[in-house]
Design a protein around this ligand. Sequence first.
Ligand code: FAD
Length: 398
Amino acid sequence: MNAAPGSTDVVVVGGGIGGLATAYALASSGHSVAVLERAPEFTEVGAGLQMAPNATRILKEWGLLDEVVRAGVTPRRMVYRDALDGSELTHLDLDDGFVRRYGAPYVVMHRSDLLSILARACERAGVRMVPDCEVTDVVTDGDAAIVRSARGEFRGGLAVGADGLRSTLRGKLSDDEPICSGYVAYRGAFPVEELGSRLDKAALDEVVAYIGPGRHLVQYALRGGEMFNTVAVFKSPAYERGERDWGGPDELDAAFAGSCDEVRQGIGSLWRDRRWPMYDRLPIPGWTDGRLVLTGDAAHPMLQYLAQGACQAIEDAHVLASGLGGGETDWTGAVERFEAERTARTARVQNTARVWGDIWHVDEGAGRMMRNELFRLRDPRDYKYVDWLYAKRDEPRV
Ligand SMILES: Cc1cc2nc3c(=O)[nH]c(=O)nc-3n(C[C@H](O)[C@H](O)[C@H](O)COP(=O)(O)OP(=O)(O)OC[C@H]3O[C@@H](n4cnc5c(N)ncnc54)[C@H](O)[C@@H]3O)c2cc1C
């Protein structure tokens, strides 16, 4: 690994899923790329990740899908259940018809497995991987982006800010701050044999979302069914009261106390020493400043209810690299085309994620009754609600 400052066509700031996907896509289309990551290693904390076909189709085009499928699980169905009584509300078949319709499967996997696959792909493509390298600023100097870091200055024709929700580089374009939703997530991923009777065997080949008032719980298997992943999300009363320490394990237990047996059982399959308060930001009109462009959560962080943050970061990588194919170096033209193609779509995903969360978490009573009725009326093979998100645009559906 060459960690000395230097010059490449593109300097990517941030080595998360978005940064590595961007680095790989650009290196594969003939550009020299460096990735600067502030952590000492290229690794992801956290548990499972759902990858919808809008992202897996791109991984397929990049030649990485077989490895991704081998590392993960391709679930048979995505099932929505009521968190209070456990009854099925609707489901989405993820079978061969789904794969034909969208050109790629729905995959669930450990996020560290995806990051390793992307990191290996970057290394094969000749990307310079620079860990332990916190970036403090990017400035434009004539035809170059100068990226200032703890290790010195890196120069590129283009700097890509893939530095996540609390992006330093977004500060060059906008003075907005992340918006706290007052919801907090707990996660857990355990080997199946450790879960014993806490394992819902029915959920081993499904993605199951239990949705209820101010809370939800999602479960699915990972690593070919060797591990089981649980995510529980709830609205914190302490946050509502304006308390500084909010979302603790006592609130977790209280939030899920009145839920069905399966959900209460699932709460036992979470790590309790770590939690993820949930933030997003409002869409902004543009992500470029001179020779800097933002991607992924740095550009369009969203609540995770559509399971699309990483998928959208992969779409960003694909669109940016497609606009710079064949070693072309019209960086400013490329980022303008990128922005024109991506801002409206990602704003729609950000906005829809908020609304989707509100529908999941609607209060008990009339709201819940109407939501459940409408979900139950839906034909499981009716994909029109997800076509806009999963389908390749401008292509008729089969
Ligand atoms: C509970 C939960 C569940 C989710 N589930 C899904 C899901 O199922 N499917 C899905 O698609 N998405 C999901 N998401 C969203 C997804 O995790 C994110 O959208 C995605 O990881 C964003 O990737 P990124 O590379 O843009 O940012 P990040 O993953 O945040 O990576 C940013 C990287 O930049 C580095 N960095 C930051 N600042 C600097 C700096 N100054 N200098 C150098 N490096 C820096 C960081 O260390 C980090 O490695 C979920 C999110 C949450 C919270």
